[in-house]
Write a new protein. Structure first.
Length: 323
C-alpha cells in the first residue's frame, strides 16, 4: 500500500547537508575532469551557480517529501480514520503546508541571492550569506520535518486490511479479545493479565471452507464519551466503524478483567448504536463464570468457541456490500 512507501523524512540538517553536497558535486561535474580544470571554464560564476543549485535542490527535495504523503481525503475511511486517531490529519496538513512555504522560499532565495552574487562579481561573502539564509529557512521547518517522520513511521505500521469478510473483535480491556484471536486465527497479538495490552490494530486470518475470513483485534474500549477517548481507543473505533462486516463483542462477567459487567453491557449497547453491521455478543472466561442469555466460551479451554464462530459466520449471508 502507498502508506508503506513513504520514504524517511530527513531533519533540517540532513536536508541541508544533502543539498549542499549535491550542489558542490554538480559544480565539480561542470568544471569537468581535472585535465580541463586549467581552462577555468565555468568558474567565473561559481558562487552564483552554487547558490542557485542549493536553492533548487532544497526546493525539489521539499516538494518530493510533500508529494510522498498521500492525499488523505482519498484514503479509504478506515485508514483516514486511523491516521486521524494516531496523528491528526489537520496537524499533518499544517506541517506539509510549512514545507511548501520552505520550498518556495528556498527557490526564491536561490535565484535572488544568485543574482546578487553575479552582480557583485561572484562575491564569496554573498555565498556565505546565502548559505545562512537558506539554512535559516529550512531550520524553521525542522519541527515539521521531525513530526512528519514520526507520522511516516506510524503510517508504515498500519495493518493491511484485505477485502475479505471481516470480523472485528471488541470489548472492554482485559476480557480476552486477543486470547480469542490467537486461538481462532493466524494473528499473534500479545496477551497479558492487565488492561490495555493491545495498543493497536492486529489482523489475522482463518480459512473456512474455500474462503478466508479476516479477524481484527482491537484495543480495549471503556464506556465513556467519544471526546474522552484516547488515540488507542480511537483506533478500536476506526476498526468498528470502518472495517467490520460483523462485530464480535466479548464480555467478561467473571470481572477478572477488572471492570464491572454493567459497564461492559453499557458499552455493548453503545457499540450496537454506533455500527450498522451485526453485533454478536459472547461471554468469555466461561470457565470462571457463565452468563445465561449469551453464547458462553472460554478462550483458555476452547469450550464454546466453535458455537461463537458459527454465529459470527452466519452473518456472512447478510453481508453488506460496502463498509
Ligand atoms: N480464565 C480465563 N482467562 C482468560 C480467558 N481468556 C483470556 N484470559 C486471560 O485474561 C487476560 C487478558 O487476556 P487478553 O487476551 O490479553 O485480553 P484483551 O481483551 O486482549 O486485553 P487488552 O488487549 O488489554 O484489551 C489474560 O491473563 C488471559 O490469559 C478465558 O477464557 N478464561
Ligand atoms: Mg488484547
Amino acid at each position: 500500500m502507498e502508506l508503506e512507501k513513504i520514504p524517511t523524512v530527513p531533519t533540517a540538517d540532513e536536508l541541508l547537508d544533502r543539498s549542499f553536497r549535491r550542489a558542490a558535486a554538480r559544480m565539480r561535474e561542470k568544471r569537468g575532469s581535472p585535465k580541463k580544470r586549467g581552462s577555468r571554464k565555468g568558474s567565473a560564476h561559481a558562487n552564483e551557480e552554487f547558490i542557485r543549485a542549493v536553492g533548487a535542490s532544497l526546493h525539489d527535495r521539499l516538494v518530493r517529501i510533500i508529494s510522498s504523503f498521500p492525499e488523505f481525503d482519498a484514503l479509504p475511511p478506515f485508514y483516514r480514520n486511523l491516521t486521524e486517531a494516531l496523528c491528526g490529519i489537520e496537524k499533518i496538513r499544517m506541517s506539509l503546508g510549512a514545507l511548501g512555504w520552505a520550498a518556495k522560499q528556498s527557490r526564491r532565495l536561490g535565484s535572488q541571492l544568485g543574482r546578487e552574487a553575479r552582480a557583485s562579481g561572484d562575491s564569496p561573502a554573498i555565498r556565505k550569506r546565502a548559505v545562512a539564509r537558506l539554512s535559516s529557512v529550512v531550520h524553521q521547518v525542522d519541527d515539521d520535518l521531525r513530526f512528519l517522520n514520526i507520522v511516516r513511521n506510524q503510517l508504515r505500521e498500519l495493518p493491511e486490511l484485505s477485502e475479505e469478510f471481516t470480523v472485528v473483535v471488541a470489548g472492554y480491556p482485559n476480557v480476552g479479545k486477543s486470547s480469542f484471536i490467537r486461538l481462532v486465527s493466524t494473528a499473534e497479538p500479545e496477551v497479558a493479565s492487565y488492561p490495555f495490552t493491545t495498543r493497536g490494530i492486529f489482523i489475522g486470518h482463518r480459512a473456512i471452507g474455500r474462503d478466508r475470513v479476516q479477524f481484527v483485534d482491537t484495543p480495549g474500549l471503556l464506556d465513556r464519551d467519544p471526546e474522552e477517548r484516547n488515540p488507542i481507543e480511537r483506533q478500536a473505533l476506526s476498526a468498528l466503524m470502518h472495517a467490520a462486516h460483523v462485530v464480535l463483542f466479548i464480555l467478561d462477567p467473571s470481572e477478572e478483567c477488572g471492570y464491572p459487567v454493567e459497564s461492559q453491557r453499557r458499552l455493548l449497547d453503545a457499540v450496537k448504536g454506533m455500527v450498522e453491521v451485526p453485533v454478536i455478543a459472547a461471554v468469555n472466561k466461561a470457565d470462571r463464570r457463565r452468563e445465561e442469555g449469551f453464547l458462553n466460551m472460554s478462550s483458555t479451554t476452547g469450550d464454546g468457541v466453535d458455537a461463537v464462530l458459527e454465529a459470527v459466520f452466519r452473518t456472512r449471508a447478510a453481508r453488506p456490500t460496502a463498509r
